[in-house]
Design a protein around this ligand. Sequence first.
Ligand SMILES: O=P(O)(O)O[C@H]1O[C@H](CO)[C@@H](O)[C@H]1O
Ligand SMILES: Nc1nc2[nH]cnc2c(=O)[nH]1
Length: 291
Amino acid sequence: MAAINADLSVNGYTFEDIQTLAKEILKHTSLRPKIALICGTGLGGIAEVVENPITVPYESIPGFPVSTVEGHSGNFVFGTLGGKQVLLMRGRLHYYEGYPMWKVAMPVRVMKAMGIETLLLTNAAGGLNPKYNTGDLMIIKDHIDLPGLTGECVLIGKNDTRFGPRFIATNATYDHDLRSKFKQVVLELGYGNILQEGVYIMIGGPTFSSAAEARVLRMFGADAVGMSTVPESVVGRHSGMRIFGVSLISDMVDMEDGSKFLVTHEDVLKTANERALLMQKVFVKFIHLID
Ligand SMILES: O=P(O)(O)O[C@H]1O[C@H](CO)[C@@H](O)[C@H]1O
Ligand SMILES: Nc1nc2[nH]cnc2c(=O)[nH]1
């Protein structure tokens, strides 16, 4: 395999590097899925219901970064879910792990090179909307790219038009048809009482927000806050993918400064664990409906 050329002028991985990584991963399987799912914190359990799974650990892929966060196991899983070939990414990369933004979303470019057309994003997020409850599922209808607004957009740097155009619209990123199919599935399964639709805001992390920060995020119009997803959806959009996103509300954010509840990563993992079975059921049916 050719050496990975970490050329910073093109955001680390050249177009050729990305093709090389894709070929390297595809050597492990004859499957050619068009749907990929990125598993959020503690949500990798969806992989347990993948039929005939083929697991490709990140360490076995020369030049691929490792995932360092608990609840992100660090492998790709190919197989069938809901009757469709799928690719699961168990273990996303986060900015707060020290990866530059372009590296955080690099796997999405590799997915595109592997033939992925539809990108499903999941995450655990803190609830900012006072009507939400811990354990709710929030379909992402829009996002606020807080790092992007302050100069850390994932697409900053030299643009290679083989990946996508220099300038892209990011309104209407989250596909309407996929959103209504997901809604349909959740309602059919009888989970309508925990279903929300709202705006996700990305912060850099790893600090959870202070109460004053949380009030600002809410004033911006966000319903849930987390430390991921936006770079992946922007790069997916840039490469012409269809995007869907859902947040599991892992905890309700303290907005008042007086709370005794200090959120921990363990709280986030606990909620994800409690919703593992429900997420499996929902995604099997949802993926079945995707064209
Ligand atoms: O967004 P995902 O990967 O689900 O993870 C969320 O959970 C972690 C905090 O517990 C943060 O990484 C936050 O972004
Ligand atoms: N409060 C809070 N909870 C989360 N769960 C996942 N991400 C977050 C976050 O950024 N804030």
